[in-house]
Design a protein around this ligand. Structure first.
Ligand code: GLN
Length: 513
């Protein structure tokens, strides 16, 4: 797999294709052709793990998404395709039902074009921890002088790398992803597309294979904010099957705080820039690009204010303790007995213990095993207070940092929303990633901690459960690769975040700058 090269195949360049896709929906036939030409074989992107060849020419049902080809991450259950979560342990799992999100898309006439590659159970940042082989970033710098064999093989990002690459290579109109700690925003940033993590609990998780339930969200990816918004409006619904789905009264309450004030321009929009989001690891070319982006928004009338979210520095460690603890208990169900892959039945004495051990050793990849070990340890009686409990405390502090700065109060907060001098920001903005897409090969040379650091800017919004949108803000001057700008809002202000996202996208000249 690592020997694969991205070859620029026949047909329009990726820029041309994306320019087209932002102005009109790609037809089903175009999507199918692009998947066939670019996804498999030598140099293939490897975005899809299952693909529906048939939709060409098929009349889809009427609805708001009629004739839209939608790709779905392979940790979201579909009755038409197997759902493997990119894991050997689920290699033959064929759900008999659609996840709520898939059902809602189909009810609006969408066609599910296929299932997309991801990091195993959503754990990773590079889409390299996958049973199906890594996803290669389809973006290419406009440098026709460089022969294809010298072009770089960069990661599409993870864990929703297949969904991001499918959108970026014009293989679908939009894609469903998931986001537990950044898995929608990071690949969106690396591939130069739009990725949205909604407020926790607004989009149903029923039928989504759990990684860490208290953080997992279904994400949406597309070429532009308006396409993301069109899917959000279909998917944002209370679901009785999902115990974490937010009831309608609270949705209405959050909506009423913003509905009448959705902005038509950036004049007097207050944007907070958190000083903690410029860590040492942030590439200087990205901070420069961010600053020039912010000054463009200021020229359009936005009010830029420096803010502090002091507990940000603890967020990454807290995230990994909490996400791994929840993953350790969620993944206990894959034991080779109830369903899925089974190993160890040939040992001289077949006991359930050696079936469990052998199945889980062979069925899970190294990163998933590492998380299970870390999470199980954090929940032991000797470590619980120092790790799990502390991480929960940090999570509350991170959440209260956000609550302190947003002008709109948090409708989920049980503590009274005290008026505070700091409370004046409509949204927060920061770079989505500390660097551009990393080389796929380099992962092995880097330290074990390196992939985790990539999430440093995305995990705080996940811990707080607030909406976060990544829109392309331009190309790094160092290497010409895309970088995303994150727009983060108060819980339930998803419409506001997308409205400001659209204005920002317009201010930056779409994705072409
Ligand atoms: N990269 C993070 C992790 O590995 C986030 C993953 C995600 O959001 N699914 O846990």
């Amino acid at each position: 797999m690592l020997a694969h090269r991205i070859v620029l195949k026949r047909g329009p360049s990726i820029w041309h294709r994306r320019l087209l896709s932002i102005f009109r929906r790609p037809t089903m036939r175009e999507c199918v052709t692009n998947v066939k030409q670019q996804d498999s074989g030598e140099g293939g992107v490897n975005a899809f793990v299952a693909f529906n060849q048939a939709p060409t020419g098929v009349e889809s049902a009427p609805g708001r998404l009629a004739n839209c080809a939608i790709a779905v991450k392979d940790n979201i259950c579909t009755s038409e395709f197997p759902t493997t979560s990119s894991s050997l342990i689920l290699q033959d799992f064929q759900p008999s039902y659609d996840a709520t999100v898939v059902r809602l898309l189909k009810e609006e006439g969408a066609t599910i074009i296929g299932k997309t590659n991801c990091d195993e159970f959503g754990m990773g940042s590079m889409n390299t921890y996958t049973y199906h082989g890594p996803v290669l970033n389809p973006f290419q710098t406009p440098s026709p002088m460089i022969p294809w064999r010298h072009r770089e093989q960069r990661s599409a990002g993870g864990s929703s790398g297949g969904s991001a690459a499918a959108v970026a290579a014009y293989m679908c109109y939009a894609a469903l992803s998931t986001d537990t700690g950044g898995s929608t925003r990071l690949p969106a940033s690396y591939c130069g597309i739009v990725g949205f993590k909604p407020s926790y609990g607004l989009i149903s998780r029923w039928g989504v294979i759990s990684f860490a339930d208290s953080l997992d969200c279904v994400g949406i990816m597309a070429a532009g904010v308006s396409q993301v918004h069109s899917l959000f409006r279909v998917l944002e619904k209370y679901d009785i099957n999902d115990p974490t789905s937010i009831p309608n009264e609270l949705r209405d309450e959050a909506r009423s705080a913003i509905q009448s004030n959705l902005p038509n321009d950036l004049k007097n929009i207050v944007i907070g820039i958190p000083e903690e989001y410029f860590p040492a690891e942030l590439n200087p070319s990205i901070s420069d690009l961010f600053l020039s982006t912010i000054s463009k928004l200021r020229n359009l009338g936005a009010i830029i204010v420096p803010i502090s979210l002091p507990n940000t520095k603890y967020a990454l460690s807290a995230y990994y303790v909490l996400a791994s603890s929840e993953a350790g208990s969620n993944l206990a169900r894959y034991d080779g007995i109830r369903y899925g892959f089974r190993s160890g039945t040939r040992s001289p004495v077949t006991t359930s213990a050696n079936v469990y051990a052998s199945t889980r050793t062979k069925g899970f990849g190294e990163e998933v095993q590492r998380r299970i070990l870390l999470g199980t340890y954090a929940l032991t009686s000797e470590a619980f207070d120092n790790y799990f409990l502390q991480a929960q405390r940090v999570r509350l502090l991170v959440r209260s940092d956000f609550d302190r700065v947003f002008r709109i109060p948090n409708v989920l907060s049980s503590t009274p929303n005290n008026p505070s001098a700091a409370r004046r920001v409509d949204v927060i903005m920061h770079p989505s990633a500390i660097r551009t897409a990393p080389l796929v090969q380099r992962q092995k040379e880097n330290s074990e901690l390196d992939p985790y650091v990539q999430d440093v800017l995305t995990v705080p919004a996940s811990l707080a459960g607030v909406p976060a949108l990544s829109v392309p803000m331009g190309m790094s001057r160092d290497d010409g690769w895309p970088v995303g700008l994150s727009i983060v809002g108060q819980w339930g202000t998803d419409e506001l975040v997308m409205a400001i996202g659209q204005l920002t996208e317009r201010a930056l000249g779409g994705f072409l700058k």
